[in-house]
Design a protein around this ligand. Structure first.
Ligand code: ADP
Length: 170
């Protein structure tokens, strides 16, 4: 799998799937979640409501998929990152699950390119460096016959610097 780093807004990315750092309600929120629902339109929210009616809230570390409404992507994979509470082991395990479950869904949908935001590093306050290490490790360790490219989309300067360092991009 090829890994790419892009600085910018994930709603603009033309990938088969983009990942949303959702909250467990699946009904939208701030940060990247708000941006995706705003740019993607009502279709995404309608599908999220349908999923909620079917299976209830989305647990931390799990992921669900909708179409992408007006976005250039085909799918939005909504995953719920952990809220950082200082329990490094537990929070890390949950963040690992976010990446693994999102990649599994992508693979099952024959997704060739997938873009991830820096899950949990905004409102949920997960330490950015540790989150970056987990994201990159999980992507590198995921063996896929289907996914060809993973794009890490960094929105803030700090994450961009951390990812450049971890990916050894100069
Ligand atoms: P969480 O609740 O999981 O922390 P946030 O949306 O608050 O989710 O933040 C997750 C990351 O998404 C942060 O690093 C933030 O800078 C980034 N982000 C915010 N808006 C966008 C966007 N439009 N595209 C990509 N990343 C974004």
């Amino acid at each position: 799998m090829k890994i790419e780093l892009i600085k910018g807004d994930i709603t603009k990315i033309q990938a088969d799937a983009i990942v949303n750092a959702a909250n467990s309600s699946l009904l939208g929120g701030g940060g990247v979640d708000g941006a995706i629902h705003r740019a993607g339109g009502k279709q995404i929210l309608d599908e999220c409501i349908e999923i909620r009616n079917r299976q209830g809230k989305c647990k931390t570390g799990e992921a669900v998929v909708t179409t992408a409404g007006n976005l250039p992507a085909k799918y939005v994979i909504h995953t719920v990152g952990p809220v950082w509470n200082g329990d490094e082991e537990k929070c890390s395990d949950l963040l690992v699950n976010c990446y693994q479950n999102s990649l599994k869904i992508a693979e099952s949908l024959n997704v060739k390119t997938i873009a991830f935001p820096n899950i949990s590093t905004g409102i949920y306050r997960f330490p950015k460096e540790l989150a970056g290490k987990i994201a990159i490790d999980e992507v590198r360790n995921f063996k896929s016959e289907v996914i060809e490219k993973v794009i890490f989309v960094c929105f803030d300067d700090e994450n961009e610097e951390i990812y450049k360092k971890l990916l050894e991009i100069h």
